[in-house]
Design a protein around this ligand. Structure first.
Ligand code: FAD
Length: 393
């Protein structure tokens, strides 16, 4: 078996891994970023929507922004529309082209000095005295023992890196959303608005989305909670029904299936010599299912903490805990609020959702965040949402 040595090995070149690798390399660390796929960013398993917050993390480039959203329309089960948009109709979010965006992030890591290697799959961890000390990887020609001071598990929702290091990363069905999505063309849509559709007949314990991708194309998908998904209830069947009803003339250009963790962040995302980042650490908003910007923020923090740990020659779990606490400070509250709100909304009937939507009829919510919507709902339904208000504030 071939042997290699680096300061840092990053497993997975999604947004979390590429940003971690870039920041580690910027600190002068010898960093190797590997991905099991032939091509970074492919297959896309994402609806590709992000808020304007992405601008805090990266300079926008038209090459990987497909569409600008000027607002969002949310439809309750009886079709009542709630509009979220600013008065000035400036853009509030973007729909990305992740095939290009993910490659861009990986090339930024490469430009900073990281080595990037595709078609290389980590299949186990190297452990010495209880510390993660690298990974075993299957490559194109031969297997490699890749030694490193710190291992980064950025291997997505199906992450195995954490489990190899003894972290409990199991996700019960009630804490995962199973999703199906079509890239559709030839459909009639308002290309300025992202749209969300609620209701037990459309997507039980979840929602359907239509995110414009430019022209007459959109990502049309939905997610349902794992505990309602069974032989009789597949996300794809709900999606077929949704599309038949909404876009009967539309053409399906691509299909995608994937899972989103809805558990909120792991209690433990570090071990001796190892850090989990992004979906692997469940850095996803459980209410919306959005994880791209959290993955990138966590990557920035991870790269920085790893650099300090290596400088101090201390890769212990205790030292790496700084990563956990900085993630908590940066976005922990938002993910926990999302978790509470998700639990509350999963319990609501279609009738409840309709009543809440009716209370917002004619109201334009001018800040496009889930929190703005929740605040407005609580303001207009203080008795009904007393429980939610108590949980959140
Ligand atoms: C249907 C769907 C829709 C979504 N829509 C949105 C959305 O609109 N907006 C949003 O913000 N988020 C969305 N998300 C969530 C978002 O896609 C993730 O939060 C985000 O991709 C997390 O980035 P990551 O780098 O942690 O993981 P990923 O992007 O999943 O990257 C993990 C990488 O690790 C690699 N890998 C895995 N195992 C190994 C291994 N053993 N060895 C080597 N490489 C490995 C994989 O090939 C992959 O490239 C959606 C998710 C799904 C499934």
């Amino acid at each position: 078996m071939r042997e290699e040595r680096h300061d840092v090995i990053v497993v997975g070149a999604g947004p979390a891994g590429s940003v971690t690798a870039r920041v580690a390399a910027e600190h002068g660390l010898d960093t190797l970023l590997i991905d099991r796929n032939l091509e970074i960013g492919v297959p896309v398993k994402c609806a590709e929507g992000v808020s304007k917050e992405i601008e805090e993390l990266v300079t926008l480039d038209k090459k990987w922004v497909c569409a600008e959203a000027k607002g969002a329309n949310i439809y309750s089960p009886d079709g009542t529309k709630v509009v979220m948009a600013t008065e000035t109709m400036e853009e509030v979010g973007y729909v990305l082209e992740r095939r290009i965006f993910d490659k861009f992030l990986a090339s930024e890591a490469a430009r900073a000095g990281a080595q990037v290697r595709v078609r290389t799959e980590a299949y186990d961890i190297i452990k010495e005295d209880g510390y993660a000390k690298g990974v075993y990887a299957r490559g194109m020609e031969e297997n490699t023992r890749i030694h490193a001071q710190v291992v980064v598990g950025a291997d997505g929702v199906e992450s195995r890196a954490g489990r190899w290091a003894g972290i409990d990363t199991r996700l019960p069905p009630s804490e995962v959303s199973t999703c199906a999505e079509f890239l559709m063309c030839g459909i009639e849509l308002d290309s300025n608005f992202s749209e969300f559709f609620l209701g037990s007949k459309i997507a039980p314990k979840g929602y359907a989305w239509v995110f414009p991708k430019g022209g007459d194309c959109a990502n049309v998908g939905l997610g349902i909670c794992g505990d309602v998904s069974n032989e009789k209830h597949h996300a794809i069947d709900y999606l077929h029904a949704f599309v038949r009803n909404k876009f009967p003339e539309g053409k399906v250009i691509a299909e995608m299936y994937g899972a989103v963790p809805l558990s909120g962040p792991l209690n433990e995302s570090v071990a001796d010599g190892l850090i989990l980042v992004g979906d692997a650490a469940r850095h996803v908003n459980p209410l919306t299912g959005g994880g791209i910007t959290y993955a990138m923020r966590a990557g920035e923090i991870a790269g920085d903490v790893i650099a300090k740990a290596i400088q101090e020659n201390d890769y212990s779990k205790k030292r790496l805990k700084e990563y956990e606490s900085r993630c908590k400070d940066k976005f922990g509250k938002r993910l926990n609020t999302g978790l509470k709100a998700k639990k509350f909304f999963f319990e609501l009937s279609d009738k409840d959702l309709n009543t809440l939507a009716h209370s917002l009829e004619g109201v334009k919510i001018t800040e496009l965040t889930p929190w703005a919507l929740l605040k407005e709902l609580i303001k207009r339904n203080p008795k009904r949402l007393f429980g939610l208000a108590k949980m959140l504030f």
